[in-house]
Design a protein around this ligand. Structure first.
Ligand code: HEM
Length: 460
């Protein structure tokens, strides 16, 4: 049982058109005007759940009150056309054994094993940033972080250099993203309707599938050493511990697409926001530099250093509070549910806007203030676990969270110890485009400066 909460009911069609243009702003407005549990009706009827206790209860789903994928939920129908049998979009009966098979692939020792690849990629990137810093020319930080994150993901997941394939991958992903982010108009939006966007998306899916099947065939023909940390090799050998069933090639393809789509842009968004926030808070940036100089001196970064970077890690946590990379989670009730004393009918859609939750002034004092010390252990222990969910919570919690957090820490440490990113054009961090992940609406132009005068830069 959770404490009683008054259900706010927004007038029918109340500003719902904003869902297409400014979804996070719309959810913030619903919370500010109608409270922590709001019924919004119109093109799409849903309950916005904003109370940390309720969010925790829905996500943990102890009493099986909700499903994430439900035929009645238009959001997941659309995402499901892309993710298909992948973990993020499959129906419960497929998802359960699949999560059992795949979870061990993201275990702590596997992720630690990726550290060397991540550090090596960061070193390559530092050399690239050297040239950018020397030129002093401003560039689009979003595109830069996208490329970096795709590189880390493909090198770690496929244990191979796929740089020659990046342009093709980015092209297919951007078509799929356009489809996912388009407004689902009833007729033109239907998957079978032969609109240019639908046809293009299906072509991109076919092309990706052929490419991924080619990689699987190569792994079969020339297997890697048994201890190689490669997701394809591991998926070929993965078995459901309960039934012993493995994965078909088609299932592996869908999972690879899921890992790439779910993983690379969200991590890229978090990296972008990290360098943006450092550029806006010189005092915090100075503390990060001091920690990096203190822990690393002028030797190379190693895996053993990561647990010692407590302040840098808190900066990343605070970045993901204020500007979380993924903005929404949705569920459908499979029975009548009591939410804070309100009876919510079966078949209702529940929406949780992560930025709205993370900036709720009832939970976070002065949410607009960037303060990494909100993540000191005693402050974390004093909060409801449902108040901070950048990677979700419960059975559907992000399978890649440890992977991403390690990547974020490695990249921030390796790049921030040598470079300062300087914002060139003004930017309002609340004016975001919330699609698959959250980005500043008008891009982020930055230039780089080396820290030569203020800290060690020689490490290689
Ligand atoms: C900063 C980076 C990332 C963020 C913020 C993020 C966020 C999230 C969130 C909020 C969820 C929960 C969705 C829900 O409950 O409906 C989720 C699920 C998921 N994420 Fe991530 N993610 C990130 C990186 C990754 C990476 C690197 C991978 C894979 C390599 C990944 C794969 C997945 C998958 C497969 C799911 C679905 C899990 C399931 O339902 O069993 N994510 N992520």
């Amino acid at each position: 049982m959770t404490a009683p909460i008054t259900l706010g009911v927004a007038p029918r069609f109340y500003k719902q058109w904003q869902l297409a243009r400014n979804a996070v702003g719309f959810c913030n407005q619903l919370r500010a005007e109608f409270g922590d549990l709001v019924l919004a009706r119109g093109f799409f009827d849903f309950y916005l759940v904003n109370d940390p206790e309720l969010v925790g209860m829905v996500l943990v789903n102890k009493d099986r009150i909700v499903d994430r994928v439900d035929a009645r939920n238009p959001i997941y129908q659309r995402i499901g056309n892309i993710g298909r049998s992948g973990l993020a979009t499959s129906a419960p009966e497929h998802w359960r054994p699949q999560r059992r098979r795949v979870a061990p692939l993201f275990g702590a020792s596997t992720i630690r094993g990726f550290a060397e690849t991540m550090i090596a990629t960061a070193e390559t990137w530092a050399a690239r940033w050297d040239a950018k810093a020397a030129s002093g020319v401003a560039f689009d930080m979003k595109a830069e972080m996208n490329e970096l994150s795709l590189e880390v993901n493909t090198r770690c997941l496929f244990n191979t250099e796929l740089r020659d394939d990046h342009a093709r991958l980015q092209g297919w992903f951007s078509t799929m993203k356009r489809y996912l982010e388009a407004f689902p108009y009833p007729l033109f939006g239907a998957w079978r309707f032969p609109s240019p966007l639908n046809l293009g998306t299906r072509a991109a899916l076919r092309a990706f599938d052929r490419w991924a099947l080619g990689l699987i065939a190569r792994r079969r023909a020339a297997p890697l050493a048994p201890d190689a940390i490669d997701m394809i090799t591991r998926m070929l050998g993965a078995r459901d511990p309960e039934t012993g069933r493995g994965m078909s090639d088609e299932e592996i393809v869908h999972e690879l697409l899921t890992f790439l789509i779910a993983g690379f842009e969200s991590t890229s968004s978090a990296l972008l926001w990290t360098f943006y926030q450092l550029s806006q808070h010189p005092d915090i940036e100075a503390r990060v530099h001091a920690e990096l100089d203190d822990v690393l001196g002028d030797r190379a970064l190693t895996m053993a250093d990561l647990p010692k970077l407590g302040y840098t890690r808190r900066v990343i946590d605070e970045v993901m509070r204020q500007t979380p990379a993924v903005w929404f989670m949705a569920r459908t009730t499979v029975t009548e549910v009591d939410l804070g004393g309100n009876r919510i009918p079966e078949g209702s859609h529940l929406l949780m806007s992560i930025p709205t939750l993370h900036n709720n002034p009832a939970v976070w004092s002065e949410p607009a203030r960037f303060d990494p010390d909100r993540f000191l252990p005693e402050a974390v222990a004093a909060r409801s676990p449902g108040a901070y969910v950048p990677f979700g919570r419960g059975p559907h919690a992000c399978i890649g969270s440890h992977f991403s957090l390690q990547e974020l820490l490695v990249m921030t440490a390796a790049l921030a110890r040598r470079f300062r990113a300087v914002l060139v054009d003004d930017l309002d961090p609340t004016d975001v485009r919330a699609g698959l992940s959250v980005y500043p609406r008008h891009g982020v132009r930055m230039r780089l400066e080396r820290r030569d005068s203020s800290g060690p830069v020689r490490a290689r």
